[in-house]
Ligand binder design. Structure first.
Ligand code: PA5
Length: 462
């Protein structure tokens, strides 16, 4: 299980100006938190509540289908190419980067146990797409096109380019190299996938993109590269039981959410830093940035009042950022709550040889890089505390499917509870619609002619 340490947000440790009286706040908000957790669990099975992600640990049927598909295509492909953006890419990227052996795509097939390399496009940069297409042998590539809405412009343009190339290279057989993940009923990809006869996986109803990592959106790519998806599911199931507790003292997601909320509303900590001390968890920060920003950044609350809620997420990685952002974190504006993720046991132990004993670096000899990175994590936490900077530390025993799944699920539940405390809709994203509509207009999509004129006039005057 994960360890969650929030002592460094307590006023006893960092002083009253920046810290919270945790015991008092847990008492004061205990009933409210219990009500929120009860309500989330009561609403989760109801349609249009967008809470079906809370059931993904119990979706045995999907797990079965995903495993069956993965075993059918095993050893047929050298590459998996995931087309998607935002919630349709970031979870997959975060989990595969964390669990697969580092530099996976540079390993030989034997070193990868003959599982394929994996690439996520997650953008529409013409140079990087072209460069990747020069590297990949499309005959040996399985393309997983993922879009819940089925018409996201970035994903569908990636798909159109690649489908066309594949058809030219593979003839009719290209269809065997494409698998679609999309909504059951709606969207253009759903229609096309049926028409083309692709294998299809469905994103369950009421699971939004940034909460979809444990649906087929993530599970398909995970299984294709040999991750143990049973362990992922068991991780979620086990922590889900704990996160259903209505007692804030027993529920670390509730504690994290309340601390985030109070640090923002009472102590002015509007920035939220995610800082794992592990390169393999770097993309967990990218995933979390989207989760936090899109979920809590809202203009209106549920009563229709303008609140402009939200915490600005910041990505950092230890120890690298000790030589970059840490100066700011420690001495700049005291407006941040930092979440550290610390790994107790790395897969490898790397010994520092006992050389240069006659110099100032001699003390390092005989230690391990493992000792060093965790000593840096601890010393940074303490020095931030000395400067009255609040931080939370989540410790995972080791990086594997079980623990990483628990970490992500914890952050999802924490974000959902925080959304309830802010009284906002955690699961919509109206703020991205305007620019999406302008893009449609600029590219001449039918029905957007009025907006096209409007944006052209605005662009000319800006
Ligand atoms: O969290 C979300 O809902 C968004 O970030 C979506 O994941 C993103 O916009 C991609 O949407 P879609 O899966 O419909 O292509």
């Amino acid at each position: 299980m994960l360890k969650f340490n929030c002592r460094n947000t307590d006023s006893v440790i960092i002083g009253e100006e920046n810290g919270l009286d945790l015991a008092q706040e847990f008492d004061r908000y205990g009933d409210k938190i219990a009500e929120i957790i009860k309500s989330l669990n009561q609403r989760k099975d109801k349609p249009e509540q967008n809470l079906q992600w809370m059931n993904l640990g119990y979706n045995e049927e999907t797990v079965w289908y995903v495993k069956e598909f993965a075993s059918m295509v095993e050893r047929r492909f050298d590459n998996v190419l995931v087309l998607g953006i935002g919630g349709s890419a970031l979870g997959g990227l975060a989990v595969t980067e964390a669990i697969l052996k580092p530099y996976w795509n540079l390993l030989t097939p034997e070193q990868r146990n003959n599982y394929p390399r994996i690439f996520f496009l997650d953008n529409i940069d013409p140079d990087s797409i072209s460069a990747l297409l020069e590297i990949l042998d499309l005959k040996k590539t399985l393309v997983n096109v993922i879009t819940k809405s089925g018409d996201t412009v970035e994903t569908m343009s990636q798909y159109m380019i690649i489908k066309d190339l594949m058809e030219k290279e593979l003839g009719d057989d290209y269809r065997k190299n494409i698998v679609a993940t999309t909504d059951k009923k709606m969207g253009i990809l759903r229609q096309l996938a049926d028409q083309e006869g692709y294998k299809i996986f469905f994103v369950p109803d009421d699971v939004g993109g940034r909460f979809s990592v444990f649906s087929s959106v993530g599970l398909v790519p995970f299984a294709l590269v040999g991750l143990d998806i049973d362990k992922i599911i068991n991780g979620i199931k086990d922590i889900d039981l704990e996160l259903k507790s209505t007692d804030i003292r027993q529920n670390i997601a509730a504690q994290g959410a309340l601390i985030q909320y109070l640090m923002d509303t009472k102590k002015g900590k509007k920035l939220s830093v995610m800082m794992p001390y592990s390169n393999r968890l770097k993309y967990v920060s990218d995933w979390y940035v989207q989760l936090l920003a899109e979920s809590l950044g809202k203009k209106y609350n549920r009563n229709g009042e303008q609140v402009n809620a939200g915490l600005t997420p910041i990505k950092a990685v230890g120890a690298t950022d000790q030589h970059s952002q840490m100066q700011l974190f420690n001495e700049g504006p005291n407006d941040k709550l930092i979440t550290f993720v610390r790994v107790e046991n790395f897969d490898k132990e790397l010994q520092i040889p006992k050389i240069f004993e006659y110099t100032g670096i001699g003390y390092l000899g005989g230690k391990t890089i493992n000792d060093l990175i965790n000593a840096e994590a601890d010393s940074t936490r303490v020095s931030l505390t000395d400067n009255s900077r609040p931080s939370i530390t989540i410790t995972i025993d080791k990086i594997d499917e079980y623990n990483v799944a628990q970490l992500l699920y914890l952050l999802e539940v924490q974000t959902a509870i925080a959304g309830e405390l802010y009284n906002i809709n955690t699961f919509d994203q109206p703020g991205v619609e305007d620019s999406r509509n302008y893009t449609y207009a600029l590219l001449g999509r039918a029905g957007y002619e009025g907006s096209a004129q409007n944006i052209k006039e605005k662009m000319a005057s800006l």
